[in-house]
Each structure stands twice: as structure tokens, then as C-alpha cells.
Design a protein around this ligand. Structure first.
Ligand SMILES: Cc1cc2nc3c(=O)[nH]c(=O)nc-3n(C[C@H](O)[C@H](O)[C@H](O)COP(=O)(O)OP(=O)(O)OC[C@H]3O[C@@H](n4cnc5c(N)ncnc54)[C@H](O)[C@@H]3O)c2cc1C
Length: 447
């Protein structure tokens, strides 16, 4: 019998289904169910759960904010450790560091830091918790300048597969530290706390946007592709294509530019690429730079990712020529399900160098498809929209982001082969019996 101080719910309990669904952002039921769910009160509860699973032939899965699109944490024959309750954080302003549990919402942490004149590269939506977000990399507000959020993780407290409680950093358990920065849903330990590097709040922050009708699709994507390498890193330039741009203007493309600048000159340089855009006269609507508190930026992004929806999501990194991408972009526009379904095009343009870590898959442009529907009756119609289109675009892709993985539907490369091999070796050392569930699927190694 598993004895813990926290809450334990079993598959046979009457409230189990409700408890499981409360862990899911994506309401699309994957059908998979764990044998039980543990909501630990402290680290001893986690250690006891890990040992119990080992002794009873069960596997372990973990969730924090439950925003995995693929419901990665719902697995058969497993105990689910729900870390949502590990949601405390402490900020050390003088040291410019923070500690935060995996159940802390990125928007909660960043909101608090913002009010204190500080910054951390948190993700763009409310509800996403730092647990899953930091393990997979972390594409952040101001992320083109500050890097992937996991590059600002300076240490982690982890319960390993044999029930040890360890600290991982560049100096201690460096292999676990390497793995925890990019392994994402395939990480083989329970992270109980992240140690984070903080930054000063940028001096200027806000957004500007141009909105185009879909009849200009070809002009807009050609311009975005061409201008990409020259967009300053203070700008997270993205295109959002949907059947109802701004929830108002019908089928169209929002060219959105969140800006985080440290000086007036940097702000002006950041604004210039949109202000001087050669296609600005085609825009139905031009919104000049508006200074916005981070809480308002969150409110704006949430209009694209509402709760209580079913989602079918997939993605790709690419540096393919625009002529090869264009026919696919037109097909995406022509087959786009109703809102809030959308395409995201992110001009990423990665830097030459990154920290040494498991994360190793990125490219010039990121394209993600978010199929969304409210009524479960529409599932057969929409669930395959994103993965099927991404399957057709596979020859143009380098690989995928684990942030938006749909590895239960389509296998794709999410780290380099060399890093996948190194991850296997580290997993073998720390979890030789495969206690922790790995990714839903993985590519074959071609070394
Ligand atoms: C609406 C929405 C918006 C998003 N926006 C962004 C964005 O702006 N930038 C970005 O980079 N990503 C974004 N994502 C993707 C998001 O970062 C990932 O889905 C991330 O995994 C979510 O973290 P979570 O803790 O909420 O999810 P969970 O589903 O709880 O975690 C995902 C997986 O991470 C692992 N995991 C989680 N916690 C732990 C832990 N404590 N210890 C060990 N393993 C753990 C588990 O394998 C788990 O299945 C978004 C997702 C959604 C749904």
C-alpha cells in the first residue's frame, strides 16, 4: 500500500475521471489512463511514490501545468505524479536569482518579477507551468534576445528513478543538468524546484501589428521570409493566420511584433522593420507600437488559446525556400478549421551558438498548426488536420519543437541524433529499468 501525506486517487475511485481531466489543458481525451494519481505534499511523498512504482511494476509519469498538447502525462500502467501543488517561488533581487516549483505558472512568476523591475523569459500564455516549459526549452517573451528559457536555469532539485534527491547544476550531476535542459517530455526524474537566473526588466515593452486579408497571403509570407534574417532580436516577429483575424476581420493574417527594448534607439530600430515594410499599404489595419504591461500582452495571446477546447497540434522547423513552402501555406489557408484554429509562423533565426544542453533542434522559421474545436462531435473532422499537413511538409522540415509536440500522432526529430544518443546514455545510467515513461515516440538514430 502506498502511504503518503498528499492525495492519492485510484482508477477505481468515482472522482478519478474528473481528477484526470482537471490536469488537462487540451480537452481532447487521448483514452490513456494511469492506474493512480498522486498529488505529493512534499519530496518524501515523491520518493515513496517512485519506490512504490519500482516495487510494483508500474511506470511513472509527471505533470505540472498539464499543458502538453499530447497529454504526455496520461499513460497506461503508470502512476501519475501531479506537481501542480509545488507552486511556491522566492525571488532574491540582490542576487538576481529565483527558486520556483514546477507548478508555478510562467505568467504568475513573470507578472510578479515585472512589478519588481525584474524579468524572466517566461512563455506567452497563462496556465503554462514552468515544469514542462523549462524542460523542453522554453520559447519566451524576449526569447530571441535572452535565449531559450532553459538557458536561464542554473540548477534543479530532482528525485531520480532510484529515489535519490539530488541537485543538478553545471558542477554537480552535470549529466542530469544537461538532460533537463531540452529532454522535455522524455525527462527521467521528477523536478521539484528550478533555480533561475533573472534579468532587469527591459525599459520599453509593447506590441505593434499589421493585419492583412488572406488575398495577400503570398505577399505577406514572401515578405516575412525575406525580412526574417534582418529583424532585430528585440522583436519576436510572428504571423498568425486564421479564419477570423483579430476575431473581427475574416480570413486573414496578423503580423504581430512584440518588442522588448533596453533603449530608445533599440526601440526605434525594432519598430522600423514594420513601419518601413514594403507591403504595409496592403494592410487592412495598422496598429502602431503600443506600450503594454506584460499582463495585457498575456491577455492578447490568450485570445488565440482559449480554455475548454479540443486541440490537435503539430509543428516544424524549416529553412526551406519560400517557393517550396508557398503551396503548403495556401493549402493550410484553404483547409483552416474555424477559430481558434490557426497557423503560427515565427521568424526565429537562431544564434550561431547555444549553451551545451540536450536542446539542439531549431531553424530559421518555426511553423505550427493549432487545430481547435469545442464540440467533441467535430473530433473526426479536425483532429488530423495539423499532423496530416505536417506529414506532407516533412521533406521541408529539419525537425520539431517539443513545446508543441504531437508525437503520439507523428514521429519526428526533436533533438539532434548525437544528443538523442547522449540522452539515451544518461537515461541508462539514471533510470536503467525505464521507470519513467519516455516520449510517445522517437525517431530512429542515424549515426
Ligand atoms: C496554450 C499553450 C501555450 C503555450 N505557449 C508556449 C510558449 O509560449 N512557449 C513555449 O515554449 N511553450 C509553450 N507551450 C508549450 C508548453 O511549454 C509545453 O506544453 C509544456 O510542456 C507545458 O508545461 P506544463 O508543465 O504546463 O505541462 P505538463 O503537461 O504538465 O508537462 C509536460 C511534460 O513535461 C514533463 N514534466 C512536467 N513537469 C515535470 C516535472 N516537475 N518533473 C519532470 N517532468 C515534468 C512531463 O513529461 C510532462 O508530460 C504552450 C502550450 C499551450 C497549451
Amino acid at each position: 500500500m502506498l502511504k503518503i501525506k498528499g492525495k492519492l486517487s485510484k482508477k477505481s475511485d468515482s472522482g478519478f475521471e474528473k481528477a484526470i481531466f482537471s490536469t488537462l489543458f487540451n480537452q481532447h481525451d487521448p483514452g490513456r489512463r494511469p492506474e493512480m494519481m498522486v498529488e505529493p505534499q512534499d519530496v518524501d511523498d515523491i520518493i515513496a511514490t517512485v519506490r512504490y512504482a519500482q516495487a510494483n511494476g508500474l511506470k511513472i509519469s509527471v505533470c505540472s501545468g498539464g499543458h502538453s498538447w499530447s497529454a504526455n502525462h496520461l499513460r497506461e500502467g503508470s502512476i501519475l505524479i501531479n506537481m501542480k501543488g509545488f507552486n511556491r517561488y522566492a525571488i532574491d533581487h540582490a542576487a538576481m536569482t529565483a527558486t520556483a516549483g514546477p507548478g508555478v505558472g510562467g505568467s504568475v512568476l513573470l507578472g510578479e518579477l515585472f512589478n519588481r523591475g525584474l524579468f524572466f523569459p517566461a512563455g506567452h500564455c497563462k496556465g503554462v507551468c514552468i515544469g514542462g516549459y523549462l524542460l523542453q526549452g522554453g520559447f519566451a517573451w524576449n526569447g530571441r534576445k535572452l535565449g531559450l528559457a532553459c538557458e536561464s536555469v542554473i540548477g534543479l532539485d530532482i528525485v531520480t528513478a532510484n529515489g535519490d534527491y539530488v541537485f543538478a547544476s553545471p558542477h554537480e550531476n552535470a549529466d542530469l543538468y544537461w538532460a533537463a535542459r531540452g529532454a522535455g517530455a522524455g525527462f527521467f526524474g521528477v523536478v521539484t524546484c528550478f533555480h533561475l537566473q533573472l534579468y532587469p526588466k527591459p525599459k520599453y515593452y509593447g506590441m505593434m501589428a499589421h493585419v492583412f486579408s488572406n488575398k495577400h497571403l503570398e505577399h505577406v509570407f514572401r515578405w516575412a521570409h525575406e525580412v526574417g534574417p534582418n529583424v532585430p532580436t528585440a522583436v519576436e516577429f510572428q504571423l498568425l493566420m486564421s479564419q477570423n483575424a483579430l476575431n473581427l476581420l475574416g480570413p486573414g493574417i496578423e503580423a504581430v511584433a512584440p518588442i522588448f527594448a533596453d533603449s530608445k534607439d533599440e526601440l526605434n530600430e525594432a519598430k522600423a522593420f514594420l513601419q518601413n515594410s514594403p507591403i504595409k499599404s496592403k494592410a487592412t489595419l495598422r496598429v502602431p507600437f503600443v506600450p503594454l504591461h506584460i499582463k495585457h500582452m498575456y491577455r492578447l495571446t490568450m485570445t488565440h488559446y482559449p480554455y475548454q477546447h479540443h486541440w490537435g497540434v503539430d509543428n516544424m522547423w524549416t529553412s526551406a525556400p519560400i517557393d517550396e513552402l508557398m503551396p503548403h501555406l495556401k493549402t493550410i489557408a484553404a483547409t483552416m478549421p474555424p477559430p481558434p484554429a490557426h497557423l503560427l509562423w515565427l521568424n526565429w533565426q537562431p544564434p550561431q551558438r547555444r549553451s551545451e544542453m540536450a536542446f539542439s533542434m531549431e531553424d530559421k522559421v518555426y511553423i505550427a498548426l493549432y487545430g481547435a474545436w469545442k464540440n467533441p462531435a467535430n473530433t473526426p473532422q479536425y483532429e488530423s488536420w495539423a499532423p496530416e499537413l505536417m506529414r506532407k511538409m516533412e521533406p521541408l522540415a529539419r525537425g520539431i519543437q517539443l513545446a508543441d509536440e504531437g508525437l503520439h500522432k507523428r514521429t519526428a526529430r526533436f533533438v539532434s541524433d548525437a544528443h538523442l544518443q547522449k540522452l539515451d546514455q544518461i537515461r541508462w545510467q539514471h533510470d536503467p529499468e525505464g521507470l519513467f515513461n519516455p516520449w510517445h515516440s522517437r525517431p530512429r538514430l542515424e549515426l
